[in-house]
Design a protein around this ligand. Structure first.
Ligand SMILES: Cc1cc2nc3c(=O)[nH]c(=O)nc-3n(C[C@H](O)[C@H](O)[C@H](O)COP(=O)(O)OP(=O)(O)OC[C@H]3O[C@@H](n4cnc5c(N)ncnc54)[C@H](O)[C@@H]3O)c2cc1C
Length: 439
C-alpha cells in the first residue's frame, strides 16, 4: 500500500482521504486552517451549496450520503422574482421528485473529514500550510506555528483549491505546463435573510430564489435554521457596480430599486454589505494534472469553475470517484492510474467550465423572459413525450452522471433537431396556408 500526502482538507480533500483510507493506503492530510469543528467558519466562501446527483453518488459510495444529507433542503425549481414582486416557479425537471439540495459547507466539510478519520490509517493535521512541493521526491513543505516541516509520501495530492500551492510547484517545475486563469468582471457578496418569527420561513423553502436583472442578479438558498443565504453577483466596476455603491444610502437605494420584495426581509442588509467580503469568480484550466507517479491535482486545484451550474463541488467529488477507480484499475502502476484519471476528467472539466459561464448568462438574463420559460416548458414536454430519448441539458448535468462533455454534445445535437423540426413545422404550416389561399 502507498503513502499519500494530501494538501487541503476542504470538501474534496476530506472525501478523497476517506476513499484512499478505505483502500488501505496510509494517508496524511494537511490543512492550513484550524479544525472546522472548533468553530472555524470557512470565511469568504459560500455558506451553503447545491449538491446534486454526482455529489450524492460520491458520498453514497463511501456510505455517508444519508448522514451528509440529513439537514439538506431540497430545492425543486427556480423561483424567479420580478421587480414588480411577481413570482414564477420554474421546476428543474418534469419529475417533481428530482431536486437539488441546499447543504451547509461547514457541516459537509466536517462530515467528510470525520468519514476519513474513521480509518485508522488516515491522519488529519490542521494549521499546516503548504508552501510548495518537491515533485521528484513527493515531499510537501509545510509551515506550522512551530516552524517549517516536510512531509514525504509516495505521492502528494493537491486538493488545495483554486489557488493551489501544489499546482504552483507543478507550474514552476514542469516544462510546458499549461495554465490559464480568467476572472469574470463580476464579483459576489453574501447577504442574509434571517428566519421569520418563531423560526418560520420568509420565502418558499423548497426553491432556489433568483432575482435576474439582465447584467447582474441575486440568488438565495435556504438553510436549516429557516434563514436564506443570498448572493449578489454584480460587476466590480462600471456606472452601477460594487465600485460606485459606497455609502449606506447608495446600497439602500440600489436594493430598493432592484430587489424591492427582498429589502423588507433583509434587516441586516447594510451591515452585511459593509462587512462581508466581495469575492472574485475565477475559471482555472491547466494540464497535465499529474507528474509521473508522484504528484496529482484534484477538485478546484485542477479545474476551478464559476458557480453558476452549482457543479464545482459535485465535479470535485466526482474526481474522487474516478481517481479511486483508476487506482483500483492499476494497483501496481500509479503513474498510469494518475494519467488515466487526467484523461477521463480533463475534457469534462473543460466542458463544465464552459457550461458554468453559459449558465450565468441564462440565470441573470434569460430566466426572466417569457421565451425562456416557454423553452423550459417545451424541454419538459419533449422529455415527457420522448423518455430516455430527449433529455434537457440541465437534467443531464444535474440529475445524471453522464460525462459533462457528452451531455454538452448531446444537448447541441438535440437542439439542432428541435430547431430543425420547428423550422420544418413552420414551413409546412406556411405552405399549407398558401395552398389553401391559392385554392
Ligand atoms: C460563491 C460560490 C458558490 C458555490 N456554489 C456551489 C454549489 O452550489 N454547488 C457546487 O457543487 N459547487 C459550488 N461552488 C464551488 C465549490 O465551492 C468548489 O468547487 C469546492 O469547494 C471545491 O472543493 P475543493 O476541495 O477542491 O476546494 P476547497 O473547498 O476550496 O478546499 C481547499 C482546501 O485546501 C485548503 N488549502 C488551500 N491552500 C492550502 C495550502 N497552501 N496548504 C494547506 N491547505 C490549503 C483550504 O483551506 C481548503 O480547506 C461554489 C463556489 C463559490 C465561490
Amino acid at each position: 500500500m502507498a503513502k499519500f500526502v494530501l494538501i487541503g482538507s476542504g470538501l474534496a480533500g476530506g472525501l478523497l482521504a476517506a476513499y484512499l483510507g478505505r483502500r488501505g493506503h496510509d494517508v496524511d492530510l494537511y490543512e492550513r486552517r484550524a479544525d472546522p469543528r472548533e468553530g472555524n467558519i470557512v470565511g469568504g466562501r459560500s455558506i451553503n451549496l447545491a449538491i446534486s446527483t454526482r455529489g450524492i453518488h460520491a458520498l453514497e459510495q463511501i456510505g455517508i450520503a444519508e448522514e451528509a444529507l440529513e439537514h439538506a433542503i431540497p430545492m425543486r425549481g427556480r423561483m424567479i422574482h420580478e421587480k414588480s414582486g411577481a413570482l414564477h416557479l420554474s421546476p428543474y425537471d418534469v419529475d417533481p421528485k428530482k431536486c437539488i439540495n441546499s447543504i451547509g459547507r461547514a457541516a459537509l466539510n466536517t462530515t467528510v473529514i470525520e468519514a476519513a478519520q474513521r480509518y485508522p490509517n488516515v491522519r488529519v493535521h490542521f494549521n499546516h500550510k503548504c508552501s510548495g512541493v518537491d515533485l521528484e521526491s513527493a515531499a510537501a513543505h509545510l509551515e506550522t506555528s512551530k516552524g517549517p516541516v516536510s512531509a514525504r509520501g509516495d505521492a502528494v495530492i493537491g486538493v488545495d483549491g483554486a489557488f493551489s500551492a501544489v499546482r504552483k510547484s507543478m507550474q514552476h517545475d514542469i516544462a510546458n505546463f499549461q495554465y490559464d486563469e480568467s476572472y469574470l468582471a463580476h464579483g459576489y457578496k453574501e447577504l442574509t435573510i434571517p428566519p421569520g418569527s418563531h423560526g418560520s420561513w420568509r420565502m418558499e423553502k423548497n426553491a432556489l430564489h433568483i432575482w435576474p436583472r439582465k447584467s447582474f442578479m441575486m440568488i438565495a438558498l435556504p438553510n436549516p435554521d429557516c434563514s436564506f443565504t443570498c448572493t449578489l453577483f454584480w460587476e466590480f466596476e462600471g456606472p452601477c457596480s460594487f465600485a460606485t455603491t459606497k455609502t449606506d444610502d447608495d446600497v439602500q437605494r440600489f436594493f430598493e430599486e432592484e430587489f424591492p420584495d427582498a429589502v423588507p426581509l433583509m434587516p441586516t442588509l447594510l451591515d452585511d454589505f459593509r462587512n462581508n467580503p466581495t469575492g472574485s469568480l475565477v475559471t482555472i484550466r491547466c494540464a497535465p494534472w499529474s507528474y509521473r507517479d508522484k504528484v496529482c491535482l484534484v477538485g478546484d486545484a485542477a479545474h476551478a469553475v464559476v458557480p453558476f451550474y452549482g457543479q464545482g463541488m459535485n465535479a470535485a467529488f466526482e474526481d474522487c470517484v474516478v481517481l479511486d477507480q483508476c487506482l483500483e484499475k492499476f494497483p501496481q502502476n500509479r503513474e498510469r492510474a494518475l494519467a488515466e484519471y487526467f484523461h477521463r476528467r480533463k475534457e469534462n472539466a473543460d466542458a463544465l467550465a464552459d457550461l458554468a459561464i453559459g449558465n450565468f448568462i441564462e440565470m441573470r438574463d434569460k430566466t426572466a423572459s417569457k421565451t425562456f420559460r416557454a423553452k423550459k416548458k417545451l424541454d419538459h414536454a419533449l422529455e415527457a413525450a420522448l423518455p430516455g430519448i430527449y433529455l434537457p441539458l440541465y437534467t443531464m448535468v444535474t440529475f445524471t452522471r453522464m460525462p459533462y462533455a457528452a451531455a454538452a454534445k448531446r444537448a447541441r445535437v438535440q437542439d439542432s433537431w428541435v430547431y430543425a423540426s420547428l423550422f420544418a413545422l413552420a414551413a409546412i404550416s406556411v405552405g399549407a396556408i398558401l395552398w389553401f389561399l391559392a385554392n
